[in-house]
Design a protein around this ligand. Structure first.
Ligand code: AMP
Ligand code: ZN
Length: 115
């Protein structure tokens, strides 16, 4: 999709630090990490947020969690623990309107998930 930052990253028009890629999924390091490990996992297909997920996307969305698990193992945080976040819509503060899952870990994150 034109003018979508993450579509441009998927299409390699904007550089990123890629940690995983397959036909449907890309994972890259967040440019402004909130923790020692902060990776974004995106669908290559442009979906704005959870609200745009359709029945036909169920396998893809399920597979994202397998990818997340594999990345967590590779990053050495699978046992220490980590948080997976996806912001969806205005109240969440979603900045980039392309479905993405944050993997955040590598330190104690505390229990707060909102202000
Ligand atoms: P969200 O608020 O859930 O939409 O998160 C968007 C995330 O994208 C933020 O954590 C940003 O730091 C991150 N981000 C923005 N631009 C880039 C970029 N060019 N490369 C990697 N991460 C980015
Ligand atoms: Zn997009």
């Amino acid at each position: 999709m034109e003018d979508c930052l993450f579509c441009k990253i998927v299409n390699k028009e904007i550089p990123s630090s890629i940690v995983y890629e397959d036909d449907e999924i890309l994972a890259f390091k967040d440019i402004n990490p909130a923790a020692p490990v902060h990776i974004l996992v995106v669908t290559k297909k442009h979906l704005e947020s959870i609200k745009n997920i359709k029945k036909e996307d169920e396998i893809l969305i399920g597979r994202i969690f397998t990818v997340i698990n594999n990345i967590a193992v590779e990053q050495g945080i699978a046992d220490s623990g980590y948080r997976v976040v996806t912001n969806s819509g205005r109240d969440s503060g979603q900045e980039v309107k392309h479905l993405h899952f944050h993997i955040i870990g590598g330190k104690e994150l505390g229990s707060k998930i909102c202000k």
